[in-house]
Design a protein around this ligand. Structure first.
Ligand code: NCD
Ligand code: ZN
Length: 333
């Protein structure tokens, strides 16, 4: 049995830089026709020059694979002139609340300060991608941030706002309140809850921001994905950290899923009898929402077992994927 996907897209991806990028970029390019590339390098990607040179490094790391990096810039207070220059080189701008996650110290401290730039983005048609977490109690951070989304969505009705990596039933609900909101959801948040991270032995390779939530949250996310919600897209948030940064007394946030994302998603959609909804989730919804035409690339999955490697290693880097050592019923052709 075979499944063919047309130009699958990963709408939220961390590729890092240097040797780590050389290890992980080809793994994404083996599965996907393109991906929205997060800008949280050190220092963050924010100028035209930085965007252009990062894109070149990504393409070099992908070799001759067909793969389109949709670049983003790190949100800061850009002038109209800066945005005019950036516009042609970016897919969107990624806003992080200061300190919310990995390499986000230069993020936004108070949303009011960001409004001028956001209103210019609306005029220019530049999508705003948001890491939506407050600085409150870890389980409540996304729910507390929903008021900010509501405010942005109603005050900037022409702005395309993406709630990145949603993890709660209430975020799914909010999606239906505003036409200009869309969302990405990761693989892990469709599968795990906080119990899988910390309910038994602590599993550092499942630790990410936002943290996995309650069973009813996972269920709401899963039902939205399986039902083909037209404003929900796959964004892996695959976020590799070196093994020593994960298996450590201070574990970095981020789950590495890029190489198993499509086989695992196929397994999940098949288990629920919804394989017909996968194409929309991994590509068509994003193409329609953003009006993008990714490179033509057919990715074939075969119903044969795939053993997920215990680690991916090259260029002096070593990363442990989610579900390392487990066997999936589907693999890439
Ligand atoms: C991401 C990373 O490591 O860059 N980590 C994560 O837990 N998801 C950043 C992010 O998207 O929050
Ligand atoms: Zn991310």
């Amino acid at each position: 049995m075979k499944l063919e996907l047309n130009s699958p897209l990963d709408m939220h991806l961390h590729l890092r830089d240097g040797d780590m990028m050389k290890l992980v970029a080809p793994l994404s390019a083996d599965s996907f026709a393109g991906a929205v590339i997060m800008p949280n390098l050190v220092p963050p990607v924010s100028s035209v020059e930085e965007v252009k040179s990062y894109k070149i490094r990504i393409l070099e790391a992908c070799g001759d694979r067909v793969f389109k990096p949709y670049m983003t810039a790190f949100f800061k207070n850009y002038t109209e002139e800066e945005l005019t220059q950036l516009k042609d080189y970016i897919f969107g701008i990624k806003l992080y609340p200061a300190g919310a996650t990995t390499n986000s110290d230069g993020g936004v401290k108070a949303m009011q300060e960001a409004e001028k730039t956001i209103s210019i983005m609306q005029e220019m048609g530049i999508p705003l991608l948001v890491h939506g977490e407050s600085h409150g109690f870890v389980m409540d951070r996304e729910a507390e941030f929903l008021a900010v989304y509501r405010d942005l969505a109603s005050r900037f009705p022409k702005l395309r706002i993406c709630m990145e990596h949603i993890t709660t039933a209430s975020a799914v609900k909010l999606l239906d309140e505003f036409e200009n909101l869309c969302a990405t959801v990761t693989l892990q948040h469709l599968i795990i809850t906080l119990d899988d991270v910390a309910g038994g032995m602590l599993r550092p390779h499942l630790f990410c921001k936002p943290i996995a939530k309650r069973p009813e949250d996972r269920e709401a996310l899963l039902q939205a994905a399986l039902s083909g919600h037209s404003r929900l897209m796959f964004g892996s948030d695959s976020a590799p950290h070196p093994i020593h940064a994960k298996e450590s007394c201070g574990c970095a946030a981020g789950v590495f899923t890029a190489p198993l994302a499509l086989p695992r998603l196929t397994t999940l959609f098949e288990e629920h009898g919804c394989l017909d909804k996968l194409q929309g989730f991994v590509s068509d919804n994003a193409c329609k929402l953003y009006g993008i035409t990714p490179p033509v690339k057919k990715v074939t999955l075969i119903r044969e077992s795939m053993e997920i490697p215990t680690a991916y290693e090259a260029h002096g880097q070593k990363v442990v994927p989610m579900d390392a050592g487990c066997v999936l019923p589907w693999r890439l052709a």
